[in-house]
Write a protein that binds this ligand. Sequence first.
Ligand code: ZN
Length: 120
Amino acid sequence: MRLSEAIRLGATLRPQAFGNYFKDGGSCALGAATEALGFRSDEYAVQIYAALIDKFDDVYCPGCPDCGQSFRNLRMISHFNDDHRWTRERIADWVELHEPQPLPEFECLTPEQQEALNAI
Ligand SMILES: [Zn+2]
């Protein structure tokens, strides 16, 4: 699944939230992506974020089209979601333009992380 696809799919599950993966019954763009990938709790946000960074580390991030700031990797997505309040669909459109290749299945967690996540 591509990251853009995961964001779009997860966006259909809850309203949008800001500042956290999951908040007040909603999800941010990255929360939507992680939920689409099967993770439903921000209890593991640090591990999930680290895993996503690892997985999507090669995603090319040019400067923000709204303000010109440049961030690495997934931080740009949080910037769009939280600082500019882009819709998750708009964020997915942007990600789709910049993600280089179809991404492999989500399998970058350590066995311990995977076991913990499976217990959710
Ligand atoms: Zn910006």
